[in-house]
Design a protein. Structure first.
Length: 108
């Protein structure tokens, strides 16, 4: 049975963005929404994961759990989903060394 998914991507190749528009609607830049089957959702996610390079992707979709949804992430980012007694919470990692260098260069 088809279900609604959302997919947010950042800094991904243009060819991937074009491929996503075949199945999903780009409602704002780099935010895709659509209704697809689980098989299509998994194939889309496989394509996104394989091409992510330095980008970031987050996929949300309905699931039979307390929250009513599940999420998948790919790429290098500070937010990591963590299972906490059956609930998915988002943990923030420490800023990267590059982020700290950029903050030091900013005037007070």
């Amino acid at each position: 049975m088809p279900s609604m998914i959302t997919l947010a991507v950042t800094a991904v190749p243009d060819h991937l963005r074009g491929a996503l528009t075949r199945w999903l609607l780009e409602v704002t830049p780099q935010l895709y929404v659509g209704t697809v089957s689980a098989k299509v959702r998994d194939e889309i996610w496989a394509a996104v994961s394989a091409c992510i390079d330095d980008g970031v992707a987050v996929l949300t979709y309905p699931a039979a759990n307390e929250q009513g949804f599940a999420l998948r992430t790919a790429g290098q980012h500070r937010r990591k989903p963590v299972d906490f007694d059956g609930l998915t919470l988002v943990a923030f990692g420490a800023p990267s060394l590059d982020d700290e260098d950029n903050d030091m260069a900013k005037p007070f």
